[in-house]
Design a protein around this ligand. Structure first.
Ligand code: BG6
Length: 482
């Protein structure tokens, strides 16, 4: 038995990490346009005012804005069935608050979808991927302001109407569960930081946590209303949620570690999926909030909205697993984008310390399918590595092929287990800017982009070995993985 017929093989990107053209054709600044580049040891910095003398990676990113036809042609050559991209909200509504959309912004994505159609590639659109128009962030402290729900819905309605016949698959928010952690304040919830401070905030007061969970509540309400609206505009739309997926293992069989891992899975992973898929807040959230003095500001009718706007499918990113320990002697931490824990002695890690665990993907798929029994899709997975040009001038990224092969095999096992899996879009199919560190050096792509951490390079594209390997995967529906 192979992968299901019509399985959506492809790649994934996000506007602020990929497009560039940050002020072109009427686009306004977004939150990521205020965030500097960093490294694994130097955190990215949030600036209230953009400093003209500083390099901000999103401003040019890798120039998809001008190179979309060439990029999509390469996806067509690989045999992609699906291309996940996000729409940059500030390209459509420059401050987020205009009454009418920026036509030039809408036109850009019409052109992108027309290119996809040429190669029979189905777009999968993330409505909001870690970027809020700066105007909304500043005026309302990001999603803390309830007004942002209305602005999001106007934006979503514009997209659903404009692209009604071009796009079938939608995701309301990228990795919404990052907002369930303090580090998600700026990146995921568009909240304002302290000028010059790191993008990821580690701790919060109860008042700050209350604002954050209120902001997240607003995203849930907006997502649920968007799902209902989207189905009214086109009943064929398939609208999903997107969760940063990480399997959290107990470090040992000590029941205290098992409980620690259960708590971590509940609030860091299941919490948002439970609201999106089941249509109500999970029971364990109440105790979590009470223990921490957190008050979530909800309005009458909100819970009915959540119940009505449940998603059609569950999508997620999967890069690694992590472990939880209560033993004070277990001190070695694992790396990770946002959800981190202790180092697992059974696993190897990437150069950025992310623990590589293909079997964890099979476990996660079974876990989530068993919980919700709705179709699943892996919309991000991949290996961030420092690709070096070989003596023959090419990029021989066999380590990436090994990583992807093992994860695809694990997915296949999950399909044999009975999991209903719709597709797989590998993250960063063309090299792009890293979200957590802002680096270019951390590359994921099948396609190399000539650009470095400081913005030098001419942006030209080159095929890596993994390009030719993935072409076979797409063409054989995952049968040929050699
Ligand atoms: C996910 C995000 O967390 O991981 C992407 O949705 C991000 O935006 C990806 O790029 C990989 O993380 P990083 O930090 O290596 O870019």
């Amino acid at each position: 038995m192979s992968f299901p017929k019509g399985f959506l093989w492809g790649g994934a990107t996000a506007a602020n990490q990929f497009e560039g053209g940050w002020l072109e054709d009427g686009k306004g600044p977004s939150v990521p346009d205020h965030i500097r580049g960093g490294t694994v040891s130097t955190p990215r910095q949030w600036d209230k005012v953009i400093d003209e003398n500083v390099y901000y990676p999103s401003h040019e990113a890798v120039d998809f804005y001008h190179r979309y036809a060439e990029d999509i042609a390469l996806y067509g050559e690989m045999g992609f069935k699906c291309f996940r991209l996000s729409i940059n909200w500030a390209r459509i509504y420059p401050t987020g608050m205009e009454e009418t959309p920026n036509e030039k912004g809408l036109e850009f994505y019409h052109k992108v979808f027309a290119e996809c159609a040429k190669y029979g590639i189905e777009p999968l659109v993330t409505i909001s991927h870690y970027e809020l128009p700066w105007g909304l962030s500043e005026k309302y402290n990001g999603w803390t302001g309830r007004e942002v729900i209305g602005h999001y819905l106007r934006y979503a309605k514009t997209l659903f109407t404009a692209y009604k016949d071009e796009v079938k698959y939608w995701l309301t928010f990228n990795e919404i569960n990052i907002g369930a952690m303090p580090m998600g304040r700026i990146m995921s919830l568009g909240m304002q930081g302290t000028d010059g401070s790191p993008m990821f905030q580690a701790t919060e007061t109860p008042e700050e946590a209350s604002d954050r969970f209120t902001a997240l509540h607003h995203q849930f309400v907006a997502s649920a209303q968007a799902v209902v609206m989207g189905h009214e505009i086109n009943p064929d739309f398939r609208i999903g949620c997107m969760i940063a997926g990480t399997e959290m293992y107990p470090y040992s069989c000590n029941p205290a570690d098992v409980k620690e891992a259960q708590d971590a899975m509940n609030m860091r992973n299941y919490f948002c999926g439970d609201v999106h898929v089941r249509g109500h807040y999970p029971y364990y959230a109440k105790r979590y909030w009470a223990d921490r003095g957190i008050t979530v500001r909800m309005e009458e009718g909100d819970l009915d909205i959540l119940a009505k706007g449940t998603v059609d499918f569950y999508s997620f990113s999967y890069y690694m697993s992590s472990t939880c320990s209560t033993d004070p002697n277990v001190v070695e931490k694992a790396g990770g984008n946002m959800i981190t824990g202790m180092k697992n002695p059974y696993l190897k890690a990437s150069d950025w310390g992310w623990q590589i665990d293909p079997l964890g993907l099979r476990i996660y798929l079974n876990d989530i399918y068993g919980r919700y029994e709705i179709p699943l899709m892996v919309v991000e997975n991949g290996l961030g590595a420092n690709d070096e040009r070989a003596e023959d001038g090419k990029f021989h990224d066999s380590y990436r092929i090994d990583y992807l092969r093992d994860h695809i095999k694990a997915m296949h096992e999950a399909v044999l287990d009975g999991v209903d899996l719709m597709g797989y879009t590998m993250w960063g199919c063309t090299d792009l800017v890293s979200a957590s560190t802002g680096e270019m050096k951390k590359r994921y792509g099948f396609v190399y982009v000539d650009k470095d951490n400081d913005g030098n390079g001419d942006f030209h594209r080159e095929r890596k070995d993994s390009f030719f390997w993935y072409k076979k995967v797409c063409e054989t529906n995952g049968e040929d993985l050699d």
